[in-house]
Design a protein around this ligand. Structure first.
Ligand code: FAD
Length: 354
């Protein structure tokens, strides 16, 4: 069966993410799996339900390498599994002195993450579509990275659900993989603030809520959650003179935490929201944040992205960090590249998919 349009779009987003944020892994595959030691640039240029193509460019030539999947793929997860398989095979052929790629470091880190059990303490309205939930208890040993540190939240549709004491992320994954019916659902959320045994998290509420947004709207004090993490993606090079942050509502908690840790470095924030009524109090930093409103743009993807990019000045030692809807991030990466920003200067992450 051919890929559905939805799966094809999901894989396009994934390929764009690999070509921008995980180029070290693609170069590593090209060098050690395909033996392209002279290659200066490699990227995924084509895919289908049966294969993917990695093009390796050296000073003298460009070569395409086709990797046939063992089984036809149907989803972006299956596509990613094949990429990881390629990476594992490249690693087996590489000298042991070769450093880990970022994705391998990520995989290593996730092996050591813990699951914590905590409860809703209180809820507070931040804006027309953001609610802050404070969780208390069980969090004393949760590491505090600051910046964009994020956790995987697992919640239940049952009101008084209690997690078994041996429950972990592994239990959750096998429940989901086995397709047995479960009241549990999960998604990633950012730690907006951490105190000794408490965290504040901003949940975006939207018109077509998924299980987590729905839970956030309805939960009461005392509701149990399990969280797994934390991890972080904000990793700018040293000696950055100016930061540009681009964020829709889901990424604003991450960006606000990053801004609080900048120690006086120069920055601008470009914050997307629905319209003026959805703004909230930026507590003393409003001069550095420019709001832009989705409602002002009919052709959202292109026009809104062009508006964002018009606010970004090209200057030396600039680092652009941001996150939001997957396709919007894909268009932004492309337009910023056309405006002269290299992949090393940008880190734009798809936080959710329309
Ligand atoms: C590292 C990371 C950190 C994140 N931090 C935060 C955070 O701090 N706060 C936060 O609110 N989100 C955050 N997100 C995004 C959040 O994980 C997604 O929005 C997730 O899809 C919510 O799960 P759900 O069960 O509500 O919806 P899903 O079941 O995933 O989706 C159901 C429907 O809701 C739509 N949808 C999902 N999110 C949105 C949205 N924001 N606006 C409009 N429609 C949407 C989908 O398109 C789909 O139609 C983060 C994501 C990542 C990867």
């Amino acid at each position: 069966m051919a890929l559905t349009n939805i799966s094809r779009e999901d894989i396009e987003l994934l390929v764009d993410t690999y070509n921008h944020r995980h180029l070290d892994a693609i170069n590593f595959i090209s060098k050690f799996f395909y033996g392209e030691v002279q290659a200066t640039m490699s990227e995924i240029t084509e895919f289908d339900e049966n294969f993917l193509v990695i093009s390796s460019v050296s000073l003298t030539e460009k070569k395409d390498h086709k990797f046939e999947f063992l089984q036809k793929i149907k989803t972006s997860e299956e596509f990613q599994n094949n990429l990881i398989l390629l990476l594992i095979q490249a690693r087996e052929k590489a000298p042991s002195s070769e450093p880990l790629t970022n994705i391998e470091k990520e995989i290593e880190k996730t092996k050591n993450l813990d699951t914590y059990f905590t409860k809703v303490k209180s809820k507070k309205v931040i804006s027309k579509n953001i609610v802050e939930i404070t969780f208390q208890g069980g969090l004393e040993s949760l590491p505090n990275f600051g910046n964009d540190a994020f956790l995987y939240f697992i919640v239940s549709e049952e009101k008084n659900f209690i997690f078994p004491s041996d429950f972990s992320m592994t239990t959750f994954r096998s429940l989901k993989a086995s397709e047995t019916s479960t009241s549990l659902n999960g998604a990633y959320y950012t730690i907006r603030r951490k105190r000794a045994d408490e965290i504040d998290v901003w949940f975006v509420l939207h018109s077509d809520p998924g299980p987590l947004a729905d839970w956030a709207e309805k939960c009461d004090a005392g509701s149990n959650v399990a969280v797994w993490g934390p991890r972080s993606s904000f990793n700018p090079p040293k000696d950055i003179d100016q930061y540009v942050f681009i964020a829709d509502e889901t990424a604003q908690p991450a960006v606000l935490s990053c801004i609080e840790n900048l120690n006086g470095k120069k920055y601008i924030g470009i914050f997307e929201t629905k319209n003026k009524q959805y703004e909230y109090d930026l507590k003393g930093i409003s001069d550095c944040i420019k709001w832009i409103y989705r409602d002002d743009f009919v052709e959202q993807s292109e026009d809104l992205v062009n508006e964002i990019v018009s606010l970004v000045q090209k200057a030396d030692n600039t680092y652009i960090f941001g996150a939001g809807e997957g396709k919007r991030m894909l268009t932004l990466r492309r337009v910023l590249k056309e405006a002269g920003f290299s992949t090393k200067e940008t880190n734009l992450i798809g936080y959710w998919k329309k």
